[in-house]
Design a binder for this molecule. Structure first.
Ligand code: ATP
Ligand code: SF4
Ligand code: MG
Length: 332
């Protein structure tokens, strides 16, 4: 397995500006210490509650938000060190598809014009070859060549998302961040777009970072799943392991709330107490300690290391020393 992206201790903090002179105010800890290797051709999904840092992770990897710390090694270059000019040669390879295709599609451009833009910018086809390339792209995403002359408002939500995917594909990328790319669509259309993404992955050897809050969806399409809580990875595992043997108390609570995500899981729903703390002042130690039923003194003072418990299955919890249930009764 070839590693496409080697991400180490990636962090992103947003400094909120206050006052007329832009003095630094509070700091949002949106992402801290995110480390993972993403293999060529894999689908790595990131799940977690709203505001936990999923989009920030995608943006920081692509250097759309310049990281506050850490590294993103791609083709021997640390993208986190690059300014926008130096990023330009890498932009083509690294694409993003958003939840709302309106944000990427100019309402005054036809679909053909929108798809031509990146092709001409990156010089991926001559003007003479452009019509054939557009027809191929539209065909790849299941649309007929006639769509080239239409405007975004003339399309359904699913068709617009197909165009957004075609626009990403136009760059002949290797890696695509799908940031809630299907979340706004009807359930039946979601399945079609998911299948399209999987077909395109097979055809073009694409690697996906798939950001979603729907655990049932990621179960079926992911090679691995990472669970985030308040800006940190709580758990990372092959998808089947995560759903069959969730280790982190937060993952267990999340899964217990979505029985269809894991039909074999016991149906005793674990309600989490309290609210997610503010990322402006994340709790010290384990960020989950204010809501964790297993929290002890150590959890309040020491950040748990992100450790491998079984091959490929990592979690950040002082209490977990093995996947067997008995450890949950006796946290460290
Ligand atoms: N540009 C920004 N400036 C300040 N804070 C930001 C900025 N972008 C994100 N944040 C904050 O960083 C945290 C993580 O946001 P992010 O958008 O990554 O969450 P998310 O997991 O993608 O949420 P959602 O599921 O709602 O999309 C949030 O507290 C958010 O308010
Ligand atoms: S480290 Fe402590 S507070 Fe955090 S998840 Fe584990 S038991 Fe809970
Ligand atoms: Mg988001």
């Amino acid at each position: 397995m070839t590693t496409l992206l080697e991400i180490r201790n990636l962090s992103k903090h947003f400094d909120l500006r206050l006052g007329a002179f832009g003095e630094r105010g509070a700091r949002v800890h949106a992402l801290d210490d995110f480390s993972v290797d993403i293999a060529e051709g894999e689908t790595l999904s990131i799940v977690g509650e709203s505001g936990c840092g999923k989009s920030t992770t995608g943006f920081a990897i692509l250097n759309l938000h310049h990281p506050s710390g850490g590294s993103v090694l791609y083709k021997g270059t640390d993208l986190a060190q690059l300014d926008e000019d130096a990023m330009r040669p890498f932009r083509r390879d690294l694409q993003i598809v958003f939840q709302d295709p309106y944000s990427t599609l100019n309402p005054r451009m036809t679909i053909g014009e929108a798809l031509s833009e990146p092709i001409l910018f990156h010089k991926l086809a001559s003007k003479a070859d452009l019509p054939a390339r557009l027809a191929q792209l539209l065909q790849d995403v299941g649309l007929s060549a006639r769509f080239a002359s239409r405007y975004p408002h003339e399309l359904s939500g699913g068709q617009r998302q197909r165009v957004a995917i075609a626009r990403a594909l136009a760059c002949q990328p290797r890696f695509i961040v799908c940031d809630e790319a299907i979340s706004a669509l009807d359930v039946s259309v979601q399945a079609q777009i998911l299948n399209l993404l999987l077909d395109l992955q097979d055809k073009y050897g694409l690697t996906y970072l798939f950001i979603a809050h729907d655990l049932a969806v990621v179960r079926h399409i992911s090679d691995r799943v990472g669970v985030m809580y308040l800006g940190r990875l709580a758990e990372l595992a092959p998808a089947a392991n995560l759903f069959a043997t969730p280790l982190h108390p937060y993952t267990r609570a999340l899964l217990s709330a979505v029985p269809e995500a894991n039909p074999r899981a016991p149906r005793n729903r674990q309600m989490l107490q309290g609210e997610v703390p503010s990322p402006l002042a994340p709790p010290p130690g384990c960020r989950f300690h204010t809501r964790c039923p297993l929290a002890r003194g150590l959890c309040r003072s020491q950040t748990p290391a992100f450790r491998e418990i079984t091959p490929g299955h990592l979690t950040a919890c002082h209490a977990v020393t093995s996947p067997t249930a008995t450890n949950w009764e006796t946290p460290a």
